[in-house]
Design a protein around this ligand. Structure first.
Ligand code: CMP
Length: 143
């Protein structure tokens, strides 16, 4: 059963440039859910229906069964399939019991329209991930 969000969203990087009014909109959009360790939160290759933000606990991102990243409180995942409407790019599994904030595809899409700072933060984080991936590729091909 989803619970109302009790967290101070303004202290979270993803929401830190939102106005008070925008934060109220974000708060209304999010549901707080708990997931026990071992829960598969996203499955590679499947249709994405939710965006997740980690309040507490840790998760692993796996591609082709191999761990490619670890996620901690403050991290989010599941945005890619909601943005490009393609299958999930990776599997995300809860390593510990977790507390998450979630949003459905419909709510996520509406929120991006209503709260522009959120879209800018997602783009900034995506740019950072692209730069890191580019650096890795460059290092690999120059060896
Ligand atoms: P999505 O493709 O919707 O579902 C799986 C999610 O895992 C993906 O969105 C990203 O949020 C996340 N993800 C995929 N690859 C990585 C990575 N290399 N580092 C961190 N998170 C990732």
């Amino acid at each position: 059963m989803p619970r109302a969000v009790s967290l101070d969203l303004s202290s979270i990087w993803l929401f830190s440039t939102c106005s008070a009014k925008e934060l109220r909109t974000v708060r209304r959009a999010l549901d707080e859910v708990r997931a026990p360790a071992g829960t598969v939160l996203c499955e590679e290759g499947t249709v994405g229906r939710e965006f997740f933000f980690i309040v507490d606990g840790r998760a692993s991102v796996k591609r082709g069964g191999r761990k490619i990243a670890g996620l901690e409180p403050g991290a989010y995942f599941g945005e890619l399939a909601l943005l490009d409407r393609k299958p999930r790019s990776a599997t995300v599994v809860a390593d510990t019991d977790m507390v998450l904030l979630t949003m459905s595809q419909r709510v996520f899409t509406a929120l991006l329209e209503e709260v522009p700072p959120l879209g800018r933060k997602l783009l900034a984080a995506m740019s950072e991930r692209l730069r890191a991936a580019d650096s890795k590729v460059t290092a690999l091909i120059s060896h």
